[in-house]
Write a protein that binds this ligand. Structure first.
Ligand SMILES: O=P(O)(O)O[C@@H]1C[C@H](O)[C@@H](CO)O1
Length: 304
């Protein structure tokens, strides 16, 4: 019987136990992990030789509680490349600690994953962005982190990474370029941008004053996830790419009548999932061509 309460499960031994459990149940040895954002579980549709493992069956794993987050790991291949999709992620606002939210990232690392693709649904703050656009994440603002809600707070286990990781290059420049090349080849350039993603804790959407503040601070889009996963991924030396689907325009103006809601977010995600899927298929096929220099001090690349 696995415990599913929100106790801390992030010791190296806990991660090792979960990793060994997964490695004993699947023959897949993924090199790429893809985290599916709200309504983006369809991204795993093209996987061949599929093996699905439900979160509730995995020791130490949290369970999904948000509509649009299915709650399973999908192992398999895309264009001959071994990968794992997280169909459903965890959020701070669900009541999970950030250590739980980011637990899967460390499991992927210990399983031998080298590259992580994080996707999300977000609200567009940049006035040039339209609903349905893709933002390749260039950088982020960790707003909860400023207030001490940070996944790396607490004792640092050097087996995962160093105490003070550098975040100025969290999103691999080479992989961003590859994504931009691919979107251009696919004829998507008109609705693809690079930008800065800001994480808020949620679960409420922003007030107009908050949205204005985030915009002034340099955020191009706002969402409730991704940053903790990226922080932990960079800490343990994974190559990171982030794709944010703009599901709504965030109101910066008191005269605007539109009101965002989660159903609309899911609807737009489903509508545009195919476009993201096309980008991902080519990305997965070609990402090995890019050798990003990794300055991680993680000493357990394939530790268990
Ligand atoms: O998991 P993501 O970041 O895609 O989910 C976004 C943020 C909230 O969880 C939800 C709001 O509609 O979508």
């Amino acid at each position: 019987m696995h415990t599913k309460e929100n106790s801390c499960c992030c010791s190296f031994d806990d991660c090792k136990l979960t990793t060994e459990w997964l490695l004993s149940r699947t023959r897949h040895r993924p090199k790429i992990a893809i985290v599916c954002g709200s309504g983006l579980g369809l991204l795993a549709d093209n996987v061949s030789n599929k093996q699905i493992i439900r979160y509730e069956d995995i020791p130490n794993f949290p369970v999904s509680t948000v509509p649009g987050h299915e709650g399973c790991l999908v192992f398999g291949q895309i264009k001959g490349k071994s990968c794992v999709f997280m169909q459903g992620r965890f959020h701070l606002y669900e009541g999970y600690s950030l250590c739980k939210v980011t637990f899967p990232v460390r499991i992927f690392k210990l399983m031998g994953v080298e590259t992580i693709v994080v996707t999300n649904a977000s609200g567009g703050l940049c006035q040039d962005f339209k609903v349905g656009d893709i933002m390749v994440i260039k950088d982020h603002i960790n707003l909860p982190g400023f207030a001490g809600q940070h996944p790396l707070c607490g004792p640092n286990d050097e087996r995962f990474g160093i105490r003070f990781p550098c975040m100025s290059d969290a999103y691999s420049k080479d992989l961003r370029k590859l994504v931009l090349d691919i979107t251009s080849e696919l004829g998507y350039s008109n609705f693809v941008h690079e930008g800065v993603y800001c994480m808020v804790s949620g679960p409420n959407f922003e007030t107009i004053a908050e949205a204005r503040m985030l915009h002034i601070l340099g955020s191009d889009s706002v969402g409730m996830s991704t940053v903790p996963e990226v922080t932990v991924a960079k800490h343990c030396g994974l190559r990171v790419v982030g794709l944010s689907l703009i599901t709504n325009k965030v109101s910066l103006d008191y005269s605007r009548e539109e009101k965002v809601n989660h159903e609309e977010v899911l609807q737009i995600s489903k509508m545009r999932a195919e476009m993201l899927q096309n980008v991902l298929l080519t990305f997965i096929a070609r990402s090995h061509q890019v050798e990003t220099i990794n300055d991680s001090h993680c000493i357990y690349s394939n530790a268990v």
